[in-house]
Design a protein around this ligand. Structure first.
Ligand code: RP5
Length: 163
């Protein structure tokens, strides 16, 4: 099956964060594409990528960036596909800059903004899978199993002193 989700990021340095999105998509067996696309360093590539995203067969785009994080918003400006934005934790401002750059979209162009860092990247992958599961019963079953396993893990070991 061709990639349904595109995971793009502003720099290779974002990969340790964005890898969490790939991890959950791997677990749920959702095919995805990964690529560095920078809003500032490769603006023409960004426009080409976003313009061709529907034709490329993607259903959802996950965009991660840090600092002046314009990548998810600019992709959303050029495609009707749902865009999930992940604020990468920046060194200077701990990701507050990334978060505010991504979350404050103007009315009419939407980006679904997740939490700063790896939890946000993981949840972006999870949310993408949940959206796709509306039209994929097998994926829905894998998601149910993932959630049941997660619940079981917490219930079976409630003592905070035990790993
Ligand atoms: C952003 O600038 C990237 O998304 C990255 O989070 C940040 C720093 O990039 P590098 O200087 O590490 O390449 O565009």
């Amino acid at each position: 099956m061709s990639a349904q989700v595109a995971i793009v990021m502003g720099s290779k340095s974002d990969w340790p964060t964005m890898e969490a999105a790939a991890d959950i998509l791997d677990l749920l067996q959702v095919p995805y594409h990964v690529e560095v696309v920078s809003a500032h360093r490769t603006p023409d590539k960004l426009m080409e990528f976003a313009s061709a995203a529907v034709k490329s067969g993607f259903k959802i785009i996950i965009g991660g960036a840090g600092g002046a994080a314009h990548l998810p918003g600019m992709i959303a400006a050029k495609t009707r596909l749902p865009v999930l934005g992940v604020p990468v934790q920046s060194k200077a401002l701990s990701g507050m800059d990334s978060l505010l750059s991504i979350v404050q979209m103007p009315k009419g162009i939407a980006v679904g903004t997740l939490a700063i860092g790896t939890a946000g990247a993981f949840n972006a992958g999870l949310l993408a899978a949940q959206m796709l599961a509306n039209h994929d019963a097998q994926l829905a079953a894998r998601l149910d199993a993932f959630r049941e396993q997660q619940t079981r893990t917490v219930l079976e070991n409630p003592d905070p002193r035990v790993d």
